[in-house]
Design a protein around this ligand. Structure first.
Ligand code: HEM
Length: 445
């Protein structure tokens, strides 16, 4: 039998890594660096970070308690709101309690299975548009291709194909805004005003301002009836019925930004990591290309006809969860096993660690396409690429169908060849391949 492929991962020192090291080097720029081996073996860790008491939950039962059983006691943390406020304000991702419930109710129908079904044509169109520019033997940054494609899809599916949201300028500004997060996080941790000092931080701020301005224009065109009939106009109408005009306009821009960003960056990263893993395992790639070709010859619902590719995607989301961590903050007192939780404490959930935990998975760092073939023996809260509980990702099914459709179309026509570029994880909020993902393309005949 062939040895399983184990992609390289950040170094894991034997001893716990001191908290202060989180402020320097790679650990300050990429959230998945600086974890000791121990973190992948125990169920719970407590840290005190500049006065923030952080409970790191690595046991699925504790996670279930926070995300589901006592979810009402756990809100989105203030520090996350401070970080994200300049971009997505109080939209669905960052709102809590009643404001969250009302917004979730408004968007729910747009992400129902039937609504996702209705978007299949959009997924196919965007996948095909990308391939129009490719040529045999070309070296291409597939991370950028993935981003352009998912950006096109979100613009077509939710914003009537608005060209302002599919431009290279938007792509560059979003990349800058995301790059600026590590500095913004430091400022928030030290409780300093969000005034960036480094060139990266300043470029990030400019990116945020550009995005907000563009999305305000996109909203205003719909607000004044100049553009009709897309997801955003539906959302604006629903918000206007529920809130004052001023509040409704602010929430419209917040949600336009939320869905534009949450709706494409994560899926782009999922595609990138999956393409990296396909290029690294050429035999498996050939098998999945045959499956894709057979599915494509049978009709439109290609995502339902690629079961092996679906397993591959699940395993890819395990090894490289595009959202490697997410957090909550306790509203009231609670108990987690033996541990007391006080109001204001932060509860940190790490798909990155959980998905590679020694106690939960066999050979956790190795890629194994068969791992998800059987559900038996897995805790519902040990695999969380889309979160879980009431705040689970509203776009999970959209993203899965989208990713499978794109991958099947691309794989059916092209072979993705590894050129030896090391795929290192980067990113503070989402997990991207550092420096992009250059691969060689070969046309399949
Ligand atoms: C592979 C792609 C995706 C991944 C890995 C992902 C991951 C996640 C995760 C982990 C959460 C929960 C965060 C938490 O509990 O704090 C979340 C929430 C959310 N996601 Fe996604 N997401 C993806 C695609 C999408 C898409 C395509 C959309 C929209 C079109 C979307 C919109 C949202 C929104 C609005 C929320 C907040 C939901 C709420 O709080 O009610 N996501 N996502």
């Amino acid at each position: 039998m062939n040895r399983p492929f184990t992609p390289p991962y950040p170094p894991r020192p034997e001893k716990p890594v001191a908290t202060w090291r989180g402020f320097f080097g790679e650990r300050a720029r990429t959230s998945v660096y600086g974890w000791s081996q121990r973190a992948f073996e125990i169920g719970y860790l407590k840290r005190n970070i500049l006065g923030f008491r952080v409970h790191i939950l690595l046991d699925p039962n504790l996670i279930q308690h926070v995300l589901l059983d006592n979810a009402a006691n756990y809100a989105k943390p203030d520090i996350v709101k401070t970080l994200l406020d300049p971009i997505i304000g109080r939209g669905l991702l960052t709102a809590d309690a009643q404001l969250w419930r009302e917004q979730r109710r408004i968007v729910a129908a747009s992400f129902s299975p039937a609504a996702v079904e209705a978007q299949r044509g959009t997924f196919v169109e965007a996948a095909a548009r990308a391939m129009e520019g490719w040529s045999d033997g070309q070296l291409l940054d597939m991370a950028a291709e993935s981003t352009r494609t998912t950006m096109t899809i979100i613009a077509l599916a939710l914003f009537g194909g608005d060209p302002r949201l599919i431009s290279n300028e938007s792509m560059a500004q979003i990349a800058a805004a995301i790059e600026g997060f590590s500095e913004a996080r430091m400022l928030a941790l030290f409780r300093l005003p969000q005034i960036p000092v480094t060139p990266k931080g300043r470029a990030g701020k400019r990116g945020q301002i550009y995005l907000r301005k563009t999305l305000a224009e996109v909203v205003d065109d719909r607000w004044h009836g100049r553009i009709k009939g897309d997801f955003l106009t539906g959302m604006i109408d629903a918000l206007r019925k529920q809130f004052s005009e001023q509040e409704a306009r602010a929430l419209s821009i917040d949600n336009a930004a939320t869905f534009y960003l949450a709706g494409h960056e994560t899926t782009a990263n999922a595609l990138s990591w999956t393409l990296f893993l396909l290029a690294a395992q050429p035999d498996l790639q050939e098998e999945l290309a045959l499956e894709a070709q057979a599915a494509l010859s049978k009709g439109a619902d290609v995502a339902e006809r690629v079961p092996r590719l679906r397993l591959f995607l699940s395993e890819s989301l395990r090894l490289y969860p595009p959202v490697p961590r997410f957090d909550r903050q306790a509203v009231g007192h609670d108990k987690l096993g033996e541990e007391e939780v006080e109001p204001g404490d932060v509860l940190s959930i790490w798909p990155w660690i959980l998905h590679r935990h020694r106690k939960l998975w066999d050979d956790p760092d190795a890629f194994d396409i068969e791992r998800f073939a059987e559900k038996r023996g897995r805790h519902r809260f040990q695999y969380l690429p889309f979160g879980a509980g009431p705040r689970t990702c509203v776009g999970a099914q959209f993203a899965t169908t989208e990713a499978l459709t794109i991958l099947a179309h691309w794989l059916g026509k092209w072979r993705f060849v590894d050129i030896g570029h090391p795929a290192e994880a980067a990113g503070m909020v989402t997990l991207r391949p550092k420096g992009g993902l250059p691969l060689k393309l070969e046309a399949r005949r």
